[in-house]
Structures are given as C-alpha cells and as structure tokens.
Design a protein around this ligand. Structure first.
Ligand code: FES
Length: 253
C-alpha cells in the first residue's frame, strides 16, 4: 500500500504482562489510520494514546534515541527480533513495510537472562554485568594523545570499528535458540583486543567477560548464526571466532 495520504488499518497482537512474576498473554488492538511514513514506535505511540483515551493502561515498551543508536527498542515483531527488515532497529522500521489489514505480533525479547519487567520491557542488566567484568581499558592514559602517536594498521582500525558498531540491544540473544550472548561479548572483546591500547588487558578481559556470560545465565553458542541474521548492525560471527582465539590465547600467557 503506497500513495500520499493513504493509510492502513492493522491488527496488533501485543504481549501484555503486568510484572515479572505475572502471567502474560497476547492481547489484540486495532491500529487505525496508520501512515506508511510512521515508524513502528510512532504507530505504537498512537495506539497508546487511544488506550489512554479509553481509560486503559498503555503498552509499556523501551525506547530512547529512536535513531538506531542506543539499542533500547527491544521488540520481537512477527517472530523476528527488530522485525522483518535486515539491519534495522524497531525504531527505524517504517510502516510502509507492512500492508493494510496485516496482523502483526509484537513480543518482548525472550531469554532467561533478560527477564520481562512489564509488557515489552525486559531487564538487560545482564549485559551491563558482562561489560563491568572487562569491557573497558583500565590503564591510566593521561590526557588525550595526538591522533598519530599510536599507529594502527588501517585494516585493524576498520575491523575494530566494525566490532564497535554493536549497540548492545540484545537481539542476538533473543534470536539465538540457546540464548547465547556470544555475538555481543565477542564484539566487545574484539574491538578492544584489536587495538594496541586494549592488548595489555586482553587475556584478563576475555576470561572475565566469558565468566560473566556464564554467571548471568546466557547459553552456549551452537553456531546457529541467528545472532548475525538479526543483528541490526550486521555484526559478523567472525568476531565469535576471534573471541574463541583470544580465550585460548589467554591460557598461553
Ligand atoms: S530507540 Fe535507540 S536504537 Fe531504537
């Protein structure tokens, strides 16, 4: 359905759950007069405004930047984390990718390590625990050095930037049949380990972050590659191989 001024009517099946220990269920809502130019979150905003007007509780969902940067908009749309468009966060998904009369199923991330807080909101503090375990450089570096003081091969710089694109949204975990956080952790381990500033702590970092993954209840990688398929930033599974190499190398030290 295209065309200026034309709108769609949709049927939403939305997961509603009052709290972490409450039972949840899919409830049906109508989204009427949806513009194809609206984002998915703007469409949900309109549904919520109608719910409030009707004296009902609005749907709780996470968002912050709405620009594909912060990784907060964690929704499974029609069974796919972040929905049907590759390399696109929910906040960047526009309604022109749906058709008039569509039924759309909207659910939260499903993973043991990401308990549901309410409706579509999950607790992703398990990711924070992994970062706290080692996702940083602790060396005291003083003031900002000149850009060319530490020379970095161009290929390494590009590879580190590819890994650093991870926005920590958790889609990789939601998409993984094992609920593994390997793509996330490997991106964080890699972008630091590839750069010379991150090498001195690389061995300690990879062991600590791997330990934290297990402690937080994430599953093991089964090489399904679903994580790469649903990652809105296109993080490659080759970083998982890099994490594994870094882990083995840490025992040679
Ligand atoms: S709201 Fe920030 S990435 Fe979607």
């Amino acid at each position: 359905m295209t065309g200026k001024g034309r709108t769609m009517n949709l049927v939403l099946h939305v997961w509603r759950q009052k709290g972490p220990d409450q039972p949840g269920r899919l409830e049906i809502y109508e989204a009427r007069d949806v513009s194809p130019h609206q984002s998915f979150l703007e469409m949900l905003d309109d549904v919520n405004e109608q719910l409030v007007r009707d004296g009902k509780e609005p749907i709780a969902f996470d968002h912050d930047c709405r620009e594909g940067i912060c990784g907060m908009c964690s929704q499974v749309i029609n069974g796919v984390p972040h929905g049907p468009l590759p390399h696109t966060t929910v906040c960047q998904l526009h309604m022109r990718h749906f058709r008039d009369g569509d039924h759309i199923f909207v659910e939260p991330w499903r993973s043991r390590a990401f308990p549901i807080v309410k409706d579509l909101v999950v607790d992703r503090s398990a990711f924070d625990a992994i970062i706290r375990a080692g996702g940083y450089i602790s060396a005291h570096t003083g003031g900002a050095p000149d850009g060319n003081v530490v020379s970095v091969p161009k290929d390494d710089a590009h590879l580190a930037m590819d890994a650093a694109e991870c926005i920590g949204c958790g889609a990789c975990v939601a998409g993984c049949p094992n609920g593994a956080a390997m793509l996330f952790a490997s991106a964080k381990v890699s972008h630091l380990a590839i750069m010379p500033q991150g090498r001195p702590e690389a061995a300690r970092r990879v062991r600590a972050m791997t330990r934290a993954m297990t402690a937080e209840g994430f599953g093991n990688c089964g090489n399904h590659y679903e994580c790469e398929a649903v990652c809105p930033k296109g993080i490659s599974v080759r970083f998982i191989a890099k994490l594994n190499r870094e882990f083995l190398r840490s025992f040679l030290k």
